[in-house]
Design a protein around this ligand. Structure first.
Ligand SMILES: [Zn+2]
Length: 72
């Protein structure tokens, strides 16, 4: 499956990342959705519309060596 790893210094127009929350646009259905590294999503969330993509964001956060990625 293709995976996009967010670059914290070069976010695209359809991506965002602050702390341990990241936002993506689903490549399948274009739904924009967020994923939280905290207890809300525990760092993993499937697209709430089509469930064909999976977003991840770890608890460490953007400025603390964390990671955020999208797989679809
Ligand atoms: Zn989708």
């Amino acid at each position: 499956m293709p995976t996009k790893v967010l670059d914290p210094n070069n976010l695209g127009m359809d991506e965002d990342w602050e702390g341990n929350n990241a936002a993506f646009r689903c490549p399948h259905c274009s739904k924009v959705y967020i994923v939280s590294g905290s207890g809300v999503h525990h760092g993993v969330r499937k697209c709430p519309n089509c469930e064909k993509s999976t977003a991840r964001c770890d608890i460490k956060g953007k400025k603390s060596g964390g990671s955020a990625s999208l797989e679809w």
